[in-house]
Design a protein around this ligand. Structure first.
Ligand SMILES: [Zn+2]
Length: 158
């Protein structure tokens, strides 16, 4: 039995998400993240990858990227959360999704898409509604800077 099923998402109300079909232990590999392997040169020059859907593009090494924006890649449906319960793992040219917390049956599977602060993060508002939500989809290490910025803005507004 698969550990996940596709269902309407609670986070992305216009889209789908993946849900645990049973309790999943931390460290369990859940699904492969598949797609087309392209050269970094292709992703640099093809306008398809111009920031429109960077969330599907993985840098595998300095020669190859993985373009997961294909319909057979079920793992692309996993939504971002600032309190993600899964994360991407990879080795060589393979990428997969692993549970980083114990997940209860019926919970939505979430990953950290991880845009850096330097990227135009305001294009990607986050609606995960978790307590840790910073409002935008950004990599964990960059969040304190965003939080700081929010605080500053709030002060100015008052
Ligand atoms: Zn969030």
């Amino acid at each position: 039995m698969k550990l996940y099923r596709v269902k309407k998402s609670n986070i992305d109300k216009y889209g789908k998400g993946l849900y645990a079909t049973k309790d999943i232990k931390v460290g369990t590999k859940i699904i492969d993240y598949v797609g087309n392997i392209i050269t970094t040169k292709q992703s640099d020059t093809n306008p398809k990858f111009d920031n429109k859907k960077p969330i599907y593009l993985f840098n595998l090494n300095n020669r190859y990227d993985l373009d997961g924006d294909v319909h057979w890649n079920t793992a692309r449906l996993i939504n971002h959360s600032c309190s993600n319960n899964c994360d991407y793992e990879g080795k060589g040219l393979k990428v997969w999704i692993t549970a980083i917390k114990n997940i209860k049956k019926g919970e939505e599977l979430t990953c950290d898409y991880g845009f850096s602060y330097d990227c135009d993060y305001k294009q990607f508002p986050c609606k995960c509604r978790s307590m840790n939500c910073v409002g935008y989809i950004v990599r964990e290490g960059s969040r304190w800077r965003i939080n700081k910025k929010f605080k500053k803005n709030n002060r100015v507004n008052r």
